[in-house]
Design a protein around this ligand. Structure first.
Ligand code: DQA
Length: 148
């Protein structure tokens, strides 16, 4: 049983448009279906997920500011912000929680600019290119971390 089990699942810019985005990279699920899958995986791992999505960078920054005492770990897919948002990077550092970075697509096998992640150094792990299953791997990694 994981006692610290509250996981904030954070989706950044354009992730709400899944289902309309290039299926070759992102698969066929829409956003609601993705979140249902993540919720199921979390339940199986005895984790309690809470979901947040925004297309506004400042909102994500403020959400991270407010997480203190409300979450034990973070799974984050910042979308394109991954590659350049030092504001989100600094807010994630302030949140100070074990974090796993997730990407549906294999970012390292795409355009060169997607190979940079400004949050990677703050994360305990990164999962990329595994589609929705990648979120399960991320949650499992956090469960292991939180039960140590
Ligand atoms: C993404 C990869 C990013 O490069 C892209 O901008 C996204 C989604 C992924 O899940 O594969 O919006 O984070």
């Amino acid at each position: 049983m994981v006692l610290r089990n509250r996981i904030e699942i954070i989706h950044g810019v354009n992730l709400d448009q899944l289902g309309r985005r290039d299926a070759e990279h992102y698969g066929g699920l829409n956003f609601d279906e993705l979140e249902l899958r993540i919720a199921r995986s979390a339940r199986e791992l005895e984790l309690v997920p809470r979901f947040f999505h925004t297309n506004h960078e400042g909102e994500l920054v403020e959400h991270l500011h407010r997480l203190e005492g409300l979450a034990d770990g973070i799974v984050i897919n910042p979308g394109a912000w991954t590659h350049y948002s030092y504001a989100i990077r600094d807010a994630l550092e302030l949140a100070g929680l074990p974090t796993v970075e997730v990407h549906l697509s294999e970012v390292d096998a795409r355009e060169p600019w997607r190979r940079t992640s400004v949050i990677a150094e703050l994360c305990i792990a990164r999962v990329s290119g595994k589609g929705p299953e990648g979120y399960r791997d991320a949650l499992a990694r956090l469960a292991a971390e939180l039960s140590r």
